[in-house]
Design a protein around this ligand. Structure first.
Ligand code: ZN
Length: 129
């Protein structure tokens, strides 16, 4: 996933990422971050690039499927980064029941997550449009 031009690896599929806020009954909020009434990200094939290490860039090998959120508003990207549903993104001092699941993506460590084709659902969508 790409947020604020940084890449992250999520622990779960995009539509299964759950809000980390604690509800008043001390349960975890049941709502997904990908809410039906908010703008969605877009699957895109983007070059695999590694973060700079020892001053040199890793070689580009291929394009990889990335769920890109960088066209969304600052507030929406922040909501994804903090892993909140829309209601909890609006709550000023919400308690968290879990840590956000993001891991900074590193193609050398996470090569098994590099897919050179878009997910089937995204391919179907782009064919229709
Ligand atoms: Zn929530």
């Amino acid at each position: 996933m790409q947020i604020f031009y940084a890449r992250y690896l999520a622990a779960l599929p995009v539509d299964a990422i759950q809000c980390i806020a604690q509800t008043r009954r001390r349960d975890r909020c049941p709502y997904p971050v990908l809410a039906p009434d908010t703008p969605a990200g877009e699957w895109a094939l983007l070059p695999v690039t590694a973060p700079k290490r020892h001053g040199k860039l890793a070689p580009l090998t291929a394009n990889m499927a990335i769920y890109d959120l960088t066209h969304l508003s600052y507030a929406e990207q922040l909501r994804w980064r903090t892993q909140h549903c829309p209601a909890h993104a609006a709550a000023p001092d919400v308690a968290h029941i879990a840590l956000a699941d993001w891991e900074v993506f590193d193609p050398r460590l996470h090569h098994q997550h590099v897919h050179t084709r878009l997910p089937a659902a995204a391919r179907k969508r782009s064919r229709r449009s």
